[in-house]
Design a protein around this ligand. Sequence first.
Ligand SMILES: *[C@@H]1O[C@H](CO)[C@@H](O)[C@H](O)[C@H]1NC(C)=O
Length: 125
Amino acid sequence: MAPRLPLIFLLMIHMTGYLIVKVFWTKNTVINNVEPPDLSEDPEYSQRLQYLGDKQQNCTIRLSHVTQKDEDMCYFRFITDKPGEKWTGTPGVTLTVTDLQVESPERVTEGDSVRLTCKSSCTPR
Ligand SMILES: *[C@@H]1O[C@H](CO)[C@@H](O)[C@H](O)[C@H]1NC(C)=O
């Protein structure tokens, strides 16, 4: 069964003299001057992705119901009020999804009650 953990990407930016007009996370970098799509407008993510920060300095997102299909690169992009002043965070963040590990007791006999523990390499929130 696929783990259903929410995942938090935390990112802070700090700039002076600029007004940040748009901040978003995306799966693509800018190719041939084409603005990459905001992940939260992608139907595959829109129901599961939530911006938690203020979108000025704190650009934290939460992705819920993460499955293996979410394995991908993720880039952060922001656009300011100054013409041409927009940036993408490269090399980006790699999301790797691994299975939960189930821990069980070594010896179990019929009739025993068993406690199974799911372990994950990241802390679910
Ligand atoms: C950024 O926002 C997230 C979500 O609201 C919060 O958990 C985190 O503490 C904030 N980080 C800072 C440095 O304010």
